[in-house]
Design a protein around this ligand. Structure first.
Ligand code: UT7
Length: 331
C-alpha cells in the first residue's frame, strides 16, 4: 500500500496508551510576576482567589510547536510506540505560532512522521476535551488506528500585561496523550460530551484575528460571570457523564479537571464526594494553561503513580465560547 493512501483500521473502543507533558524553562512566582510587569497585585490576592502560586512562561526559542513536539514525543516514549506507527496528530490550541500551517502538521514533521494527517482544534480551554472527542470518533470509525492528541498554549502572547484581572491567571505549556483502537467494552474512553453556547462569546474572548477590528491582541474576561457559568455548567456536565454511564459520583476514582481556579475544582470534587487527594491539581504551579491543562495534569498523575491502570478518571473543562464538556476514561 502506498504510504499516503488512506488506511482502514479495525473498529473498536479507544485506549489511552501514552502521556506526556512539557513546560517552559522559566517559572514566575506571583511576586516575581508582579515585579516583572509592575502589577498592582499581591501573592495573597492571587493565591486566595485562584490557588495559583506560579506559572511558566516561554522564553528564547520556546514556541507552541516546540512545547507540543516535546509533549508528543514523551507520550510516544511512554507508550513504546514510534512516530511511524501514528496515523494522525490533533492539536488543541488557541495560540498557534502561525495562522497556518497548523501546529499539528509542524509537530507531525518534527516527530519525523512521513504519512498520516494533522489539524488543529479551536475550543479555548475546552480544546483538549473537544480534540479527544474528535480523535475517539475517528478511531471508532476506522479513520485512524493511533492518534496523538496534544493540548498546547502560549497564552503569555495573548495577555494584556496591564490588566491585573487576567494576566496573573494564565501560563504556558503542553500536554499530550496517545490514543489507540482495540479497547474492549468498559475500557478506555467510555464517554465524551461536548457543549457550546455562542451567545456567551463575549464573556471571554481574544479580539485579535488577522484583520480584526481593534488591531490589538488581548484576552478579555468577565471573570465573575465566567465563574458563575463554570460552576453551573460543569456540574451539569458531570451529572451528564455519570448518567450516560449509569454511575454515581462515588464511582469516580480520579478527577482531572481543567485548571482555571482551585475554588471551581474544589466545588466539583465536593459534588462528587471525592476527597482532595483524588483530585489532580496543578493550577498552583502551572496556573491556567487552557487546552494544555488537562493533559499536563494527567501526565503528572500517571507518571508519579497516583493514577493506575484500570482506574476511572473524569475530566471536565469550560472555556471561551463558552464551550464545555467532559470525558470519562477507564485507564
Ligand atoms: O479557563 C477558562 C475559564 N475561566 C474561569 O473559569 C475563570 C473564572 N473566574 C475566576 O476564576 C474568578 O472570577 C477570577 C479569579 C478571575 C476573579 O476572582 P473574583 O473573586 O471573581 O474577583 P473579582 O473579579 O470579582 O474582583 C474582586 C476584586 C476587584 O476589586 P473591587 O472592584 O472589589 O474593588 C478587582 O479589581 O479584586 C480586584 N482584582 C485584583 N486585586 C489584586 C482583580 N484582579 C486583581 C489582582 N490583584 N490580580
Amino acid at each position: 500500500m502506498a504510504q499516503d493512501q488512506a488506511v482502514q483500521h479495525s473498529v473498536g473502543g479507544t485506549r489511552l496508551t501514552g502521556v506526556g507533558g512539557a513546560l517552559p524553562k522559566r517559572a514566575f512566582s506571583n511576586d516575581e510576576l508582579a515585579a516583572e510587569f509592575n502589577l498592582d497585585t499581591s501573592d495573597d490576592w492571587i493565591r486566595s482567589r485562584t490557588g495559583i502560586c506560579q506559572r511558566h512562561i516561554v522564553s528564547g526559542d520556546e514556541t507552541a510547536v516546540s512545547l507540543a513536539h516535546a509533549a508528543a514525543q514523551r507520550a510516544l516514549d511512554y507508550s513504546g510506540r514510534t512516530a511511524d506507527e501514528v496515523d494522525a496528530v490533533i492539536v488543541a490550541t488557541s495560540t498557534p505560532d502561525q495562522v497556518f500551517p497548523s501546529v499539528a502538521v509542524r509537530v507531525q514533521a518534527a516527530l519525523g512522521m512521513k504519512r498520516g494527517f494533522g489539524f488543529d482544534v479551536s475550543a479555548a480551554c475546552s480544546g483538549f476535551v473537544y480534540a479527544l472527542t474528535v480523535a475517539d470518533s475517528m478511531i471508532r470509525s476506522g479513520q485512524a488506528g493511533r492518534i496523538l492528541v496534544v493540548g498546547v498554549e502560549v497564552f503569555s502572547r495573548l495577555l494584556d500585561w496591564e490588566d491585573r484581572s487576567t494576566c496573573v491567571l494564565f501560563g504556558d505549556g503542553a500536554g499530550a496523550v496517545l490514543l489507540e483502537g482495540g479497547a474492549k467494552a468498559g475500557e478506555g474512553i467510555l464517554s465524551t460530551h461536548l457543549h457550546a453556547d455562542g451567545r456567551l462569546g463575549d464573556l471571554l474572548y481574544v479580539d485579535g484575528a488577522v484583520g480584526c477590528a481593534s488591531g490589538k491582541v488581548a484576552l478579555k474576561m468577565h471573570g465573575r460571570e465566567v465563574f458563575r457559568h463554570a460552576v453551573v455548567n460543569l456540574a451539569a456536565a458531570v451529572d451528564e457523564a455519570l448518567e450516560a454511564n449509569g454511575l454515581q459520583g462515588t464511582d469516580i476514582q480520579w478527577m482531572v479537571p481543567h485548571q482555571a481556579n482551585l475554588r471551581i475544582i474544589d466545588g466539583m470534587a465536593k459534588k462528587l464526594s471525592l476527597p482532595s487527594d483524588r483530585v489532580v491539581v496543578t493550577v498552583d504551579r502551572h496556573a491556567n494553561t487552557s487546552a494544555a491543562s488537562i493533559p499536563l495534569a494527567l501526565d503528572e498523575a500517571v507518571r508519579d503513580g497516583r493514577i493506575k491502570k484500570g482506574e476511572l478518571v473524569l475530566m471536565e473543562a469550560l472555556g471561551g465560547g463558552l464551550t464545555w464538556g467532559s470525558a470519562l476514561i477507564r485507564m
